[in-house]
Design a protein around this ligand. Structure first.
Ligand code: FMN
Ligand code: SF4
Ligand code: SF4
Length: 400
């Protein structure tokens, strides 16, 4: 099933409607018209063109530490200059009806460049503007420097006033919906920036649930494990590593703003998409998973979401968006339910994995049977996650 056949999964950013809420995030999947055409054929609701500058500050190519199912750490990437981005955008307009975000950046102080990029990419045929306040790979300051520098990208997303100036400047030259994209490791900055851009008229916000950047592991000889690269600048870290922060940011933003919330970071299955929406996101966006597994996974994501909606009687994503927010609370307000782990003797294959947790004094084995001492079990939930056959469950007990 193609995404655009699915009922109830369309969304709108301002006046622009996407017929599927799953979009292709800016990156190596979006630096050519042919690639965006492929995304459209697969049924994605929109794509965001590769990061564009008036003049690319330093040109590069993608290098990465790529660990499917875990992380893509990518410190260097290709960039588009404005001329190339205009050319690709026009080409896209000729060959596809795909909704297109323009993704671009400049120094925070260069409002003239922000305006130029917005105006020209609007004229070329972009449908939405995604000013990039998020790229962590533009930071050229010494790694030990504590001075705040203006590098564009992520350094802008740390500063609500600068974000506001840029969004206002863009609105002077373009009427397209603006969906700023930010990364931050700080919850308060996230809220401040989100509220600020909403107040300035943004049609939505795109947040990446990443810890911003990292370093790769090292090989036996001490060299960083990034093929074909000498040197290891800190690099953006994406992929499943980010997923749980994506959920958190969805929940924080859903509580803080009213505009649509696009989230990327570690989403790769229908369940991930349903979960991030349950926490309050409006639109999941995906990069790494399409880079690893191709667009085939979009079919199973769409089918999974549709089955989930049918099973639960939801006609649209609005019916389940934010349904888990009522559980989002502070640690002092949760109620611990008293309970213990129990083993199903019939199902247990006696593999011994549940005996391993070093913090646990409750599990023992005697006569080839595993037993859990209810007096010693604190109900932490670890053993059940280790059992390969699902023989451990948790039984709630009456309070005495
Ligand atoms: C190799 C690579 C290049 C990227 N380039 C861009 C970019 O040009 N502009 C941008 O806004 N985000 C860029 N991103 C970030 C993605 O758009 C996305 O927000 C992020 O990877 C989180 O989603 P994921 O976990 O599904 O990959 C890039 C990510 C990767 C892995
Ligand atoms: S729930 Fe935690 S404490 Fe209880 S048996 Fe399992 S690992 Fe041990
Ligand atoms: S991990 Fe599961 S199957 Fe293995 S011994 Fe424990 S209860 Fe039995």
């Amino acid at each position: 099933m193609k995404a655009n056949c699915m009922a109830g999964t369309g969304i709108a950013f301002g006046s622009v409607e996407l017929n599927n809420f799953i979009t292709v995030a800016s990156g190596p999947l979006t630096d050519a018209a042919s690639k965006i055409e492929a995304a459209e054929k697969a049924g994605a609701g929109a794509a965001s063109l590769k990061l564009t500058f008036v003049d690319v500050p330093f040109q590069s190519e993608m290098r990465s530490y790529s660990m499917p199912g875990s992380v893509i750490l990518s410190p260097t990437n290709r960039r588009l200059d404005l001329k190339k981005a205009i050319e690709i955008t026009r080409q896209i307009r000729r060959i596809t009806g795909m909704k297109l975000f323009a993704n671009y950046s400049a120094l925070g102080s260069r409002l003239d460049e922000w305006k130029l990029l917005s105006e020209k990419l609007d004229e070329a045929g972009a449908d939405l503007l995604e000013p990039n306040f998020c790229c962590p790979n533009l930071d050229t300051s010494e790694v030990t420097s504590t001075t705040k520098h203006d590098h564009g990208g992520a350094s802008i997303g740390e500063n609500p006033e600068v974000c506001a100036e840029i969004v206002r400047a863009i609105r002077e030259v373009s009427g397209l919906p603006i969906v700023p994209k930010i990364i931050t490791a700080d919850r308060r900055t996230l809220i401040e920036v989100a509220r600020t851009v909403e107040d300035c008229g943004a049609a939505g916000i795109h947040v990446v649930g990443t810890p911003t950047s990292g370093l790769p592991p090292v090989a036996e000889n001490g060299r960083p494990e990034i093929p074909l690269l000498d040197g290891a600048p800190q690099g953006s870290t994406n992929g499943p590593l980010c997923k749980y922060t994506s959920y958190l940011y969805a929940a924080i933003l859903a509580r803080s703003i009213s505009i649509p919330i696009m989230i990327s970071g570690g989403l790769e299955s229908w369940k991930d998409c349903v979960d991030v929406i349950s926490w309050g996101a409006t639109a999941p966006s995906i990069c790494s998973a399409f880079m690893w597994y191709g667009y085939e996974i979009l079919d199973s994501i769409n089918e999974g979401i549709q089955d989930f909606m049918d099973r639960n009687g939801f006609a649209s994503i609005a019916d389940f968006r934010g349904r888990s927010l009522r559980y989002f609370t502070t640690p002092d307000r949760v109620r611990l339910r008293r309970g213990v782990a129990v083993v199903d003797d019939e199902a247990c294959i006696n593999c011994g994995r549940c005996l391993r947790p070093a913090h646990c004094e409750a599990v023992s084995r005697a006569d080839d049977r595993v037993a859990i001492d209810a007096e010693l079990c604190i109900g932490c939930g670890v053993c059940g996650s280790l059992c390969p056959v699902g023989a451990i469950s948790y039984r709630e007990e009456e309070e005495h």
